[in-house]
Design a protein around this ligand. Structure first.
Ligand code: PEP
Length: 242
């Protein structure tokens, strides 16, 4: 099976830090790619152009963490999908729960962004996931399927199942819950779309998560900023491919 490993750097990274980190993970990333997998680094917008040029021969794909629905205009602080593409990104993360929470992003708005990103030729990683209250009230599957129904399109490259309560908290979903949710998601999407798990993936749990039935890769936040952690995650992905 070919794995997709996505690093979401969030609002972290200066030029020196980014270059040092990428140099240290270039070899294991190349091993994953040579075995048929894909490694996508999603730094802050400010770094994409420089890193895509400086590491142009490396195995990395590059992605934004969001894009605006419009192609240009009076939208202070925003970035259009075509601008991401122009500076070397091939991918974009859309619908991340931190954007849903911090920027009041709605399913309808995310649906529009999905179309805008596709129009600009970007490959899309669409994030879905329930809050703790939604899981505890037994509504996790219904919430995730409603998020998909609103924003998913068959051309979306990857759906990342990210339980909100597992992001950045150190809490990981039970393997049985990951398997069950990935089965539900798979039933609602095209066969060509990969299904990723995200939520406190780290060296210690990557192997088990990546070996879970229905998991085609991982979306990694905090651990993608730590060389040893991310190296171990890349090794775990490689061992699933050979
Ligand atoms: C994320 O940023 O999507 C994420 C899953 O973060 P973390 O790995 O830090 O939980």
């Amino acid at each position: 099976m070919t794995m997709l490993v996505v690093a979401n750097w969030k609002m972290h990274g200066t030029r020196t830090m980014a270059e040092t980190l990428l140099e240290s993970i270039a070899k294991p990333a190349a091993d994953v790619v040579n075995a048929g997998g894909t490694v996508v680094i999603c730094p802050p917008f400010t770094l994409i152009d420089r890193l895509a040029q400086g590491f142009g021969n490396a195995a990395f794909g590059w992605g934004g963490q969001d894009c605006h629905v419009n192609t240009q205009g009076a939208h202070t602080g925003d970035v259009a999908a075509a601008m991401l593409k122009d500076c070397g990104a091939g991918w974009v993360i859309l619908g991340h729960s931190e954007r849903r929470a911090d920027h009041a992003e709605t399913n309808a708005g995310i649906a529009t962004k999905v179309k805008a990103a596709h129009g600009a030729g970007l490959r899309i990683i669409l994030c879905v996931g329930e809050t703790l209250a939604e899981r505890e009230s037994g509504n996790a599957e219904a919430i995730v399927l409603s998020q998909l129904a609103a924003a998913y399109q068959p051309y979306v490259d990857a759906v990342a199942y990210e339980p909100v309560w597992a992001i950045g908290t150190g809490k990981v979903a039970q393997i049985t819950d990951i398997e069950a949710m990935h089965r539900s998601i798979r039933g609602a999407i095209a066969p060509s779309t990969q299904v990723l798990y995200g939520g406190s993936v780290k060296a210690a749990n990557a192997k088990e998560i990546l070996a879970t039935h229905g998991v085609d890769g991982v979306l990694v936040g905090g651990a993608s900023l730590q060389q040893n952690e991310f190296n171990a995650i890349l090794h775990a992905a490689l061992s699933q491919q050979i």
